[in-house]
Design a protein around this ligand. Sequence first.
Ligand SMILES: Nc1ncnc2c1ncn2[C@@H]1O[C@H](COP(=O)(O)OP(=O)(O)OP(=O)(O)O)[C@@H](O)[C@H]1O
Length: 263
Amino acid sequence: MIQLKNVHKAFGPKKVLQGFTLDVPEGETMVIIGYSGTGKSVAIKHIVGLLEPDAGEVWVDGQRVDELPRRDLYALRARIGYVFQFAALFDSMNIGENVAMGLRKQGGLSEAEIRSRVAEALDLVDLPGVEARFPAELSGGMRKRVGIARAIALRPKYILYDEPTTGLDPVTSAVIDQLMVRMREKLGVTGVVITHDMRSAYTVGTRIAMLYEGRVRWQGTIEEIHETTDPIVRQFVEGRAEIEGGHTDEFPAVREPTPGAAA
Ligand SMILES: Nc1ncnc2c1ncn2[C@@H]1O[C@H](COP(=O)(O)OP(=O)(O)OP(=O)(O)O)[C@@H](O)[C@H]1O
């Protein structure tokens, strides 16, 4: 289970997280939504110890991440797959080498075992047999799938996806969404997904949390988000620029000019 408890994080004068609390139970996929620059990536970087909280606690798998000695942190990271926004593959290495990278770093496997784990991971993302190809020969969507293969080759208990479908066409996005669903259903992986795409959120999420002004403003199931009366959440999920019934002080409405009105 992943837990962030009352996490605070600032960069200089900029307060990003201000009491961020989130529980991700085993086997669930938690989707984090929220406006650009609100701190979604900052929040998930705490889960792998890439950032340390100024205050608060971060727990993964019964271990307190923000207090773990470096060696234990590396061991914990081996259980957490991280799929970055840009599937940072190494252009000079072929796909097989890219996927094998984490396995080699982890150590303890023979060459034959590594080859077999790489093949299995590429199979799972529907890219069998591409080991000898180079990143430049693949489309953006294929590269994202290789990024996911690299994460799952380590057979992680948890996977974090930071905007895995950004920049992809709708069909390729749907393929990536199905992959994330497969990771949960077939492999039982607990996931956290950051996305701007509500259709993707509804497909892959078992729960959704909205980050707003440094905290989780709302969280619940897909059914619950459809029924929420929270104006900020409704506005976000409906992609509207204006809140029904006028604006609130909390979030001033952006009004489109009335057609035909004098400029
Ligand atoms: N290492 C850092 N040093 C300084 N500021 C940072 C650092 N990391 C993030 N920030 C700032 O924290 C804020 C939140 O960034 P973050 O990337 O988490 O937003 P986000 O919600 O993931 O946005 P997006 O949806 O656009 O990716 C931003 O203002 C960003 O500039």
